[in-house]
Ligand binder design. Sequence first.
Ligand code: ADP
Ligand code: MG
Length: 255
Amino acid sequence: MSSVLEIRNLHVSVEDKPILKGVNLTVRQGEVHALMGPNGTGKSTLAYTLMGHPGYTVTAGQVIFKGVDVLELEPDERSRLGIFLAFQYPVAIPGVSVANFLRTAINARRKAANAADKGISIPEFRKLLKAKMDLLQMNHEFAGRYLNDGFSGGEKKRAEILQLATLEPQIAILDETDSGLDIDALRIVASGVNTLAGPELGVLVITHYQRILNYIKPQFVHVMHQGRIVETGGADLALHLEEHGYDWVREKHAD
Ligand code: ADP
Ligand code: MG
């Protein structure tokens, strides 16, 4: 049976200010969704809330994955359940290589599933990592670099996508920066998503970028406005946004 992430009537406040005001969204394994919308409408707030960031307070609603109440889980438990949440601004870990970080993450999951697990062997891990890097057409030297230490924006995205490929979650949520200058980052994420998407993986790509169809082919497109998803459609909706921008959304859904 396919795994389903269900966000039901989610209300979230930041510093007592209501930001999300009733978000409903269902993402199934095997589906690619794009969440779009103007700046400041709550897209990143949704991503942070799904991650379990302590600064975001859920005041109403539910998030259910595989029948489990996600909001009751710690971020690492959410990850082990099969939800991958990429950080918009990942932290650097000098002294820890990308490879070591990934092996530690894999072993933490295996241990959580079975306390007696001895962890993935080094040769087995090397084989896995090499296969994933080849799949993503990444230079193998990348695995030896310290995680996010001095990484460019694009390299951070590559590290994120490699993590996604290696951890093999059922649902991935990727929040993009809102700057138009970060088109290279979107391109890296998009090619990773296009490579990894399939019946085993559901993806929610959060982006401000209206010409997203040049990069990703989502089956579902959602538009967020003032803390709610106000429009849902297929690729045609993204095309409409590309042609007309967000002004019509603001006008149609003005208070
Ligand atoms: P988007 O990702 O759609 O651009 P955000 O979720 O980042 O929107 O922001 C939605 C609103 O929440 C904005 O008005 C923003 O100022 C506010 N907000 C988000 N995070 C914080 C925070 N950590 N502290 C204070 N205000 C915040
Ligand atoms: Mg944002």
